[in-house]
Design a binder for this molecule. Structure first.
Ligand code: ADP
Ligand code: ASP
Ligand code: MG
Length: 428
């Protein structure tokens, strides 16, 4: 008998009728002889509303209490889904993250899953139940409720699928798969039948909200194939899986836009060993991800450093950096807000030339100023003004020929890269 993990996002369970429709879909999967574990998000925009409630009573709500509040959203949807399934004659039982054995770090509002004790889930499956698990939440060793960061239900689903060695992990959402760009921003975007873990991970980190980035990491590490599908259609959606070494990779498979970024600048820092370490140890201790790091050439007079963070981390960054400056005895802190990052991603960048030139030309032709550039083997990102984000992603998407009516851009291989690629294939 197969074991499927199915995850339904907020829009798929936004009201009682949709919850009943989801219950029917689960009943159909079970009637084909599968055991099912279902991970659910909070209904509709519940989590946003809970965030607003917290902000209405406090300008800096303690993160432990934010988790207590936000985790309540999923507790409502799991209970309603279990009720709806029982109504359809399917035995079902709901579990909070803690009840499902999901143990996390104690980093409130951005906790990471450390382990999953599957004993209880397996016991309920053996008893013939459809097992419902609250997405987005877990519990620390000493019993504190945590959440995994916005969009974290995807990570719950893939981690549970990995822990159970499930046959499949299906992410049901409100689009019929992963597109070459967010179809809300770029209506011409094209659905991809398949995408590699590496490309999906980059796109997710860079702003493609269709998948939580840590979910893709779990999938890759434990080799869980992930299907992203529409919750009300039978379309097979997009398969996120290993790279297919036989296939010619397009130079760019997708674009993403990340909004609400701020730039933190530290000026006139002392120029001596250990200053970078002091800054980055403080960031690590606060569990804050930073990107686009620039350090100016240091002189006797001091050095300057800047990096970007998400707006939501600014409240934690400010006190952390002020402490570092006080310890160093020198330096100034300033923060700019209102930036975005537009990115292009593709495994084919490893073997194609001219990708950066094409991206910068597209932005230049659209009259968009680039403040900072970062690259990796498979991505190029540019920091721009937030107000130009939509124009930028449309321009980059069009430049790489990603629209539905265009062929994806596959630039010509240079002879040297072609040789390197065939050696790599032979080694596989
Ligand atoms: P859920 O509530 O099901 O988790 P999300 O809102 O988190 O749904 O994710 C689905 C949304 O992700 C889509 O409605 C779409 O606007 C957005 N999205 C962003 N980038 C992409 C992309 N590359 N492909 C598909 N959808 C994307
Ligand atoms: N309900 C949470 C959120 O809105 C988790 C999720 O939907 O994945 O972020
Ligand atoms: Mg989501």
């Amino acid at each position: 008998m197969g074991l499927s993990v199915l995850k339904f996002g907020g829009t798929s369970v936004a009201n009682p009728d949709l919850i009943l429709a989801v219950a029917q879909r689960i009943a159909d999967v079970r009637s084909r002889g599968n055991r099912v574990v279902v991970v659910v998000s909070a209904m509709g925009h519940t989590t946003d509303e809970l965030v607003r409630l917290g902000d209405a009573v406090s300008s800096s709500p303690p993160r432990r209490e934010v988790d207590m509040l936000l985790s309540s959203g999923e507790q409502v949807s799991i209970a309603l889904l279990a009720m709806a399934l029982n109504q359809l004659g399917v035995p079902a039982i709901s579990h909070t993250g803690a009840q499902a054995g999901i143990r996390t770090t104690d980093s409130h509002t951005r906790a990471r899953i450390q382990s999953i004790d599957t004993a209880r889930i397996l016991r309920e499956l053996d008893a013939g139940q459809a097992v419902i698990v609250a997405g987005f939440q877990g519990v620390t060793e000493d019993g504190q409720i945590t959440t995994l960061g916005r969009g974290g239900s995807d990570t719950t689903a893939v981690a549970v699928a990995a822990a159970l060695a499930a046959d499949s992990c299906e992410i049901f959402t409100d689009v019929d798969g992963v597109y070459t760009a967010d179809p809300r921003l770029v209506p011409e975007a094209r659905k991809l039948d398949r995408i590699s873990y590496d490309e999906m991970l980059e796109l997710a980190v860079l702003g493609a909200g269709v998948m939580h980035s840590r979910a893709v990491q779990f999938g890759q590490r434990y080799r869980v194939p992930i299907h992203v599908r529409h919750s009300r259609k039978s379309d097979p959606g997009t398969l996120i899986t290993e790279e297919n070494p036989e296939m010619e990779n397009a130079s760019v498979v997708g674009c993403a836009l990340k909004e609400n970024l701020g730039r933190v600048s530290l000026r006139d820092l002392p120029n001596k060993p250990g200053v970078d370490a002091a800054v980055f140890v403080a960031l690590a201790q606060a569990d804050i991800n930073v990107d686009d790091i620039i350090q100016n050439e240091a002189s006797n007079h001091g050095m300057n450093m800047s990096f970007t963070v998400e707006h939501r981390d600014l409240a934690d960054i400010k006190p952390a950096m002020e402490r570092v400056l006080a310890e160093l005895g020198r330096g100034e802190l300033s923060i700019d807000v209102g930036l975005s990052r537009v990115s292009a991603v593709g495994l084919g960048m490893r073997s194609h030339t001219g990708v950066a030139a094409k991206m910068f030309s597209a932005l230049a032709d659209a009259g968009i100023n680039i403040f900072n550039i970062t690259t990796s083997e498979i991505k190029i990102s540019c920091i721009i003004n937030r107000s130009e984000g939509e124009k930028a992603i449309k321009a980059v998407h069009a430049a790489f020929g990603l629209s539905g009516d265009q062929q994806p851009a596959v630039d010509t291989l240079t002879p040297m890269n072609a040789a390197r690629r065939s050696t790599a294939n032979a080694a596989n």
